[in-house]
Design a protein. Structure first.
Ligand SMILES: Cc1cc2nc3c(=O)[nH]c(=O)nc-3n(C[C@H](O)[C@H](O)[C@H](O)COP(=O)(O)O)c2cc1C
Length: 148
């Protein structure tokens, strides 16, 4: 079971998340999209895949900021949790893909383990960010399989 946590201001990361979810389902996984991720409703024995864009000056999209606040304030133990992060960003910003790095750090502070290095997609170069995500996805699937 894979919980997909979406952070998206204008819809690009959400579209990537929909494509990734579809591909994971085709690969035989159950995947649930969370457009308003809530720590209390996510099962830490499942794999969490965060797919987010970056806004402001390295800020999180509005819809995923409350989840980051929950993670920062909450003392709960997430040592059973494995996660991965796909970030969309624009390399003309100094804070390229900072939102995904911030979420990855917050999860690791709670004891969660990253399955892979964050995938950072530069929308300045990638015409279709979902294509880069789908090329990377088999690496994630293989890593999950090894842990099963
Ligand atoms: C106002 C604004 C601020 C942005 N700030 C950043 C930033 O700090 N770092 C970054 O890597 N990308 C930044 N971006 C680029 C977005 O992350 C990128 O366009 C992304 O594809 C938007 O995805 P979304 O439609 O899911 O929100 C910014 C874009 C806008 C419009």
């Amino acid at each position: 079971m894979i919980e997909i946590l979406v952070g998206s201001q204008m819809g690009a990361a959400e579209y990537v998340a929909e494509q990734v979810a579809e591909t994971l389902v085709q690969a035989g996984y159950e995947a649930t999209l969370h457009l308003q991720p809530d720590l209390d409703q996510l099962n830490p024995t499942h794999v969490w895949l965060v797919i987010t864009s970056t806004y402001g000056a390295g800020d999180l999209p509005d819809n995923i900021q409350p989840f980051a606040d929950q993670l920062a304030q909450d003392r709960r133990d997430l040592t059973t949790l494995s996660f991965a992060v796909i970030t969309l960003g624009d390399s003309s910003y100094d804070t390229f893909c900072q939102a995904g790095r911030t979420l990855s750090e917050l999860l690791q502070q709670r004891g969660a383990k990253p399955l892979l290095a964050n995938l950072e997609i530069d929308v300045l170069i990638a015409d279709l960010p979902e294509d880069q995500a789908l090329v990377w996805l088999p690496e994630l699937i293989n890593t999950i399989k090894k842990g099963e």
